[in-house]
Design a protein around this ligand. Structure first.
Ligand SMILES: [Zn+2]
Length: 185
Protein backbone atom coordinates (compact mmCIF):
# COMPACT_ATOMS: atom_id res chain seq x y z
CA UNK A 1 0.00 0.00 0.00
CA UNK A 2 2.81 2.44 0.83
CA UNK A 3 5.42 1.16 -1.60
CA UNK A 4 6.61 3.58 -4.29
CA UNK A 5 5.01 6.35 -2.26
CA UNK A 6 6.58 9.06 -4.44
CA UNK A 7 5.01 7.77 -7.66
CA UNK A 8 1.67 7.37 -5.88
CA UNK A 9 1.82 10.94 -4.62
CA UNK A 10 2.46 12.15 -8.17
CA UNK A 11 -0.62 10.34 -9.50
CA UNK A 12 -2.72 11.31 -6.50
CA UNK A 13 -1.89 15.01 -6.88
CA UNK A 14 -3.16 14.90 -10.49
CA UNK A 15 -6.44 13.34 -9.33
CA UNK A 16 -6.85 15.93 -6.57
CA UNK A 17 -6.09 18.72 -9.05
CA UNK A 18 -8.81 17.41 -11.39
CA UNK A 19 -11.40 17.25 -8.61
CA UNK A 20 -10.55 20.72 -7.22
CA UNK A 21 -10.55 22.30 -10.68
CA UNK A 22 -13.91 20.72 -11.61
CA UNK A 23 -15.49 21.85 -8.34
CA UNK A 24 -14.11 25.37 -8.84
CA UNK A 25 -15.46 25.61 -12.41
CA UNK A 26 -18.89 24.38 -11.25
CA UNK A 27 -18.86 26.98 -8.49
CA UNK A 28 -17.94 29.76 -10.90
CA UNK A 29 -20.86 28.78 -13.15
CA UNK A 30 -23.06 29.52 -10.15
CA UNK A 31 -21.18 32.74 -9.47
CA UNK A 32 -21.63 33.80 -13.10
CA UNK A 33 -25.39 33.28 -12.94
CA UNK A 34 -25.48 35.13 -9.63
CA UNK A 35 -23.61 38.16 -11.00
CA UNK A 36 -25.21 38.34 -14.44
CA UNK A 37 -28.59 36.97 -13.63
CA UNK A 38 -30.87 36.54 -16.61
CA UNK A 39 -30.53 40.15 -17.80
CA UNK A 40 -26.82 40.79 -18.28
CA UNK A 41 -25.20 37.85 -20.02
CA UNK A 42 -21.85 39.57 -20.64
CA UNK A 43 -21.21 40.33 -16.97
CA UNK A 44 -22.22 36.83 -15.96
CA UNK A 45 -19.95 35.24 -18.52
CA UNK A 46 -17.04 37.45 -17.44
CA UNK A 47 -17.58 36.49 -13.81
CA UNK A 48 -17.67 32.82 -14.78
CA UNK A 49 -14.41 33.07 -16.77
CA UNK A 50 -12.58 34.92 -13.98
CA UNK A 51 -13.93 32.56 -11.31
CA UNK A 52 -12.98 29.49 -13.30
CA UNK A 53 -9.47 30.83 -13.92
CA UNK A 54 -9.00 31.55 -10.20
CA UNK A 55 -10.35 28.09 -9.30
CA UNK A 56 -8.03 26.29 -11.68
CA UNK A 57 -5.05 28.35 -10.50
CA UNK A 58 -5.94 27.59 -6.86
CA UNK A 59 -6.26 23.88 -7.57
CA UNK A 60 -2.92 23.92 -9.36
CA UNK A 61 -1.18 25.80 -6.52
CA UNK A 62 -2.59 23.48 -3.86
CA UNK A 63 -1.51 20.29 -5.62
CA UNK A 64 1.81 21.21 -7.21
CA UNK A 65 3.57 20.96 -3.82
CA UNK A 66 2.29 17.44 -3.35
CA UNK A 67 3.34 16.53 -6.88
CA UNK A 68 6.80 18.05 -6.39
CA UNK A 69 7.29 16.14 -3.16
CA UNK A 70 6.32 12.88 -4.84
CA UNK A 71 8.70 13.64 -7.69
CA UNK A 72 11.50 14.35 -5.22
CA UNK A 73 10.91 11.03 -3.46
CA UNK A 74 10.96 9.22 -6.79
CA UNK A 75 14.18 10.95 -7.82
CA UNK A 76 15.88 10.04 -4.55
CA UNK A 77 14.73 6.44 -4.89
CA UNK A 78 16.08 6.27 -8.45
CA UNK A 79 19.39 7.77 -7.35
CA UNK A 80 19.74 5.26 -4.52
CA UNK A 81 18.97 2.36 -6.82
CA UNK A 82 21.44 3.73 -9.35
CA UNK A 83 24.13 3.72 -6.64
CA UNK A 84 23.41 0.09 -5.87
CA UNK A 85 21.17 0.84 -2.90
CA UNK A 86 18.49 -1.69 -2.11
CA UNK A 87 15.25 -0.36 -0.67
CA UNK A 88 14.76 -1.11 3.03
CA UNK A 89 12.89 -4.31 3.69
CA UNK A 90 9.66 -3.78 5.54
CA UNK A 91 9.60 -5.53 8.89
CA UNK A 92 7.64 -8.72 9.30
CA UNK A 93 4.34 -7.74 10.88
CA UNK A 94 3.87 -11.02 12.78
CA UNK A 95 7.40 -10.74 14.18
CA UNK A 96 6.67 -7.18 15.33
CA UNK A 97 3.43 -8.36 16.92
CA UNK A 98 5.11 -11.19 18.84
CA UNK A 99 7.88 -8.85 20.07
CA UNK A 100 5.25 -6.38 21.17
CA UNK A 101 3.24 -9.00 23.04
CA UNK A 102 6.31 -10.41 24.82
CA UNK A 103 7.34 -6.88 25.85
CA UNK A 104 3.86 -6.22 27.15
CA UNK A 105 3.68 -9.48 29.10
CA UNK A 106 7.06 -8.89 30.77
CA UNK A 107 5.94 -5.36 31.66
CA UNK A 108 2.76 -6.82 33.13
CA UNK A 109 4.87 -9.27 35.19
CA UNK A 110 6.97 -6.40 36.53
CA UNK A 111 3.86 -4.45 37.44
CA UNK A 112 2.36 -7.48 39.16
CA UNK A 113 5.53 -8.05 41.22
CA UNK A 114 5.67 -4.41 42.21
CA UNK A 115 2.01 -4.55 43.26
CA UNK A 116 2.70 -7.65 45.36
CA UNK A 117 5.63 -5.97 47.12
CA UNK A 118 3.60 -2.86 47.71
CA UNK A 119 0.75 -4.91 49.16
CA UNK A 120 3.13 -6.79 51.48
CA UNK A 121 4.78 -3.57 52.68
CA UNK A 122 1.46 -1.90 53.35
CA UNK A 123 0.13 -4.99 55.11
CA UNK A 124 3.23 -5.21 57.36
CA UNK A 125 3.04 -1.54 58.21
CA UNK A 126 -0.65 -1.80 59.01
CA UNK A 127 -0.17 -4.81 61.29
CA UNK A 128 2.73 -3.08 63.08
CA UNK A 129 0.65 0.03 63.62
CA UNK A 130 -2.32 -1.93 64.88
CA UNK A 131 -0.20 -4.05 67.27
CA UNK A 132 1.52 -0.93 68.64
CA UNK A 133 -1.83 0.73 69.08
CA UNK A 134 -3.17 -2.31 70.93
CA UNK A 135 -0.08 -2.37 73.21
CA UNK A 136 -0.42 1.33 74.00
CA UNK A 137 -4.08 0.84 74.73
CA UNK A 138 -3.21 -1.84 77.32
CA UNK A 139 -0.42 0.17 78.92
CA UNK A 140 -2.31 3.43 79.22
CA UNK A 141 -5.87 2.91 80.32
CA UNK A 142 -8.18 5.79 79.61
CA UNK A 143 -8.43 8.26 82.55
CA UNK A 144 -11.48 7.69 84.69
CA UNK A 145 -14.16 9.89 83.22
CA UNK A 146 -15.95 10.21 86.56
CA UNK A 147 -12.89 11.79 88.20
CA UNK A 148 -12.63 15.41 87.04
CA UNK A 149 -9.29 16.51 85.67
CA UNK A 150 -7.03 18.29 88.27
CA UNK A 151 -7.40 21.76 86.75
CA UNK A 152 -11.18 21.37 86.78
CA UNK A 153 -11.02 20.43 90.50
CA UNK A 154 -8.88 23.51 91.11
CA UNK A 155 -11.34 25.86 89.44
CA UNK A 156 -14.19 24.28 91.38
CA UNK A 157 -12.35 24.98 94.65
CA UNK A 158 -12.00 28.63 93.62
CA UNK A 159 -15.66 29.05 92.70
CA UNK A 160 -18.71 29.65 94.84
CA UNK A 161 -20.56 26.53 95.86
CA UNK A 162 -24.31 26.20 96.24
CA UNK A 163 -25.55 24.17 99.13
CA UNK A 164 -27.47 21.13 97.89
CA UNK A 165 -29.52 21.14 101.10
CA UNK A 166 -30.85 24.75 101.30
CA UNK A 167 -29.67 26.27 98.02
CA UNK A 168 -27.64 29.09 99.53
CA UNK A 169 -24.51 30.24 97.65
CA UNK A 170 -21.41 29.93 99.83
CA UNK A 171 -17.93 31.46 99.59
CA UNK A 172 -15.26 29.17 98.05
CA UNK A 173 -13.35 28.69 101.27
CA UNK A 174 -16.36 27.72 103.38
CA UNK A 175 -16.34 24.13 104.60
CA UNK A 176 -19.87 24.46 106.01
CA UNK A 177 -22.99 26.08 104.59
CA UNK A 178 -23.74 29.46 106.12
CA UNK A 179 -27.47 28.87 105.59
CA UNK A 180 -28.10 25.49 107.17
CA UNK A 181 -24.70 24.50 108.62
CA UNK A 182 -24.43 21.24 106.66
CA UNK A 183 -21.01 19.99 105.53
CA UNK A 184 -19.81 20.84 102.04
CA UNK A 185 -19.47 17.67 100.03
ZN1 LIG B 1 -27.28 24.97 103.45
Amino acid sequence: MFKNAGAKLMSLSKVIFGILAALGILTSVGVGFGVGGETNFIFGFLAFVIGAAIAVLGAWLSTIMLYAFGEMCENIRNMREGMGYTAPQEADLSQMASQFSSTMSSAANHIGNAANQFGNTVGNAASQVSSRFAAQKQQQPMPNAQQPMPDVQQSMANAQWICPNCGKPNAPGNAFCTGCGCTRN
